[in-house]
Design a protein around this ligand. Structure first.
Ligand code: PLP
Length: 450
């Protein structure tokens, strides 16, 4: 039935053979044959409270019994309460929220609002980025997932990426030497792109700052390889945006709600955007939920103008009830702190894997979000699969993902990067179990490396 009638996203339908999942609990899920899998990707980096968290189950049950659907024009307790909590947990004066059903719509709305408020139309976004699959969000997305949606929505201008391992300006960053310990001195110190400010300012000069509405960045690009920015980078972007009257949008869809060991990744560098976009872990992944959260600076415009956008399910009571329960669980169970503490164990494990496997070019991460970049050759840094590989060319990574699954571990891969992002409830034993399996899987990758 499934193969006859279901269209799978991001897939060629012919030849698909998906695993049938029947249940889950905590960091584990179960297939139809009764095999258990450790969820080292929190599904798609969204089940941050794991599977079937009792608090989420209860919140959804209660809300369904009270009020399970409502027009967005009515006020309701779950939405009001969630908006209050979002204002509490987000940094700075972010405090006015539009709820959406996911990350792409949050980014669509952020760009619309930035264009209306500034009266400008261009938006600066990076290449190694993913902002969603709707037409506008796919246009913001810089990675090749944009290509099938082209021609893109006009007005997007590209900025280059902070990627010390493969610096777009050609600088060499020594991953095993002193540079690796001090990315600011080792890379941002010598590279205008990694410093952020000079590169953005140059772009604004040539685009004409009076035509640029916003810069949109993932605080830490996730699927594109967990590219942690050097200290000072986001602050430099913020400063240039302020100087030119450009709004700063941070996409925290993957990194928000504790994933990196802080409530929001931008807090690692004390930077607050004008607009923050959220989704994924916001509802613990239990139901679709996203948000655009804006700063006080935009309140006067919103008070005086029509916000001409919205969706039938904006602020859906079930989704908001899940959001409220998620924040309560994150607080009461100290899960952001757990992500930071267990993240340290994961960091050590990642560094060991990098030492032990010649197929590992670099490991990068923060808290419970890590990327393992796989290469054929550690010297030349030739990726294990070519960038934007599909079909046969991408097969080595698909084989590694299957090998992990055969051994009871679910991981996410994108390009030549294997992402590790367990639920925030993960314990040290589970980290050890997952790392052992990864050790086995990377031995297979070593066989593919020269
Ligand atoms: C950083 C980032 N932004 C936006 C999105 C899009 O979110 P959604 O799939 O909920 O539309 C994603 C999804 O993976 C993401 O990782």
């Amino acid at each position: 039935m499934d193969r006859e009638h279901v269209i799978y996203s991001w897939s060629r339908q012919g030849g698909l053979d998906p695993l049938e999942v029947t249940g889950g609990e905590g960091c584990w899920f179960t297939d139809a044959a009764g095999h258990r899998y450790l969820d080292f990707a929190s599904q798609v980096m969204n089940l941050n409270l794991g599977h079937r968290h009792p608090r989420l189950v209860e919140a959804l049950r209660r809300q369904a019994e009270t009020l399970y659907g409502l027009a967005p024009s009515f006020a309701s307790a779950p939405r009001s309460e969630l908006a209050r909590l979002v204002a509490e947990v987000t940094p700075g004066d972010l405090g006015l929220t539009l709820f959406t059903t996911g990350g792409a719509e949050a980014n669509e709305n952020a760009v619309k609002l930035a264009r209306w408020v500034t009266g400008r139309h261009k938006v600066v976004a990076r290449y190694r980025s993913y902002h969603g699959a709707t037409a506008g969000a796919a246009s913001l997305t810089g990675d090749p997932r944009r290509w099938p949606s082209e021609p893109a929505v006009p007005g997007v201008v590209r900025m280059l990426d902070v990627y010390p391992y493969r610096c777009p300006a050609g600088h060499h960053y020594d991953v095993s030497g002193a540079d690796a310990l001090d990315p600011a001195a080792g890379h941002a110190g010598q590279c205008a792109i990694a410093a952020g400010g000079p590169h953005l300012e140059d772009i604004l000069r040539f685009e004409g700052p009076e035509s640029v509405a916003a810069v949109i960045l993932e605080s830490v690009p996730g699927a594109n390889g967990v590219l942690v920015p050097p200290p000072g980078y986001l602050a430099a972007i913020r400063e240039v945006c302020d100087r030119y009257g450009v709004l700063f949008i941070l996409d925290e869809v993957m990194t928000g709600f504790g994933r990196t060991g802080r409530w929001f990744a931008c807090e690692h560098w004390d930077v607050t955007p004008d607009i923050m976009t959220l989704a994924k872990g916001m509802s613990g992944g239990a139901v679709p939920l996203g948000a655009m959260v804006v700063s006080e600076k935009l309140r006067p415009w919103l008070e005086e103008h029509e916000f001409a956008s919205g969706l039938t399910a904006c602020g859906h009571p079930l989704a908001c009830a899940a959001g409220v329960a998620t924040i309560a669980a994150l607080r009461d169970e100290r899960l952001v702190e757990n992500a930071a503490a267990v993240g340290e164990v994961l960091r050590e494990g990642m560094l060991d894997l990098a030492d032990d496997h010649r197929s590992v070019g670099e490991v990068r991460g923060l808290g419970l979000l890590w990327g393992i970049e796989l290469v054929r050759d550690g010297q030349t840094r030739e990726p294990l699969v070519p960038y934007a590989a599909t079909g046969e060319a991408a097969e080595p990574m698909a084989a590694l993902r299957r090998a992990a699954l055969d051994r009871g571990l679910h991981v996410y891969t994108h390009g030549n990067v294997l992402l590790v992002a367990p639920p925030l409830i993960v314990g040290r034993d589970e980290i050890a179990t997952g790392l052992d399996i990864l050790d086995d899987v990377l031995a297979l990758a070593d066989g593919l490396a020269d």
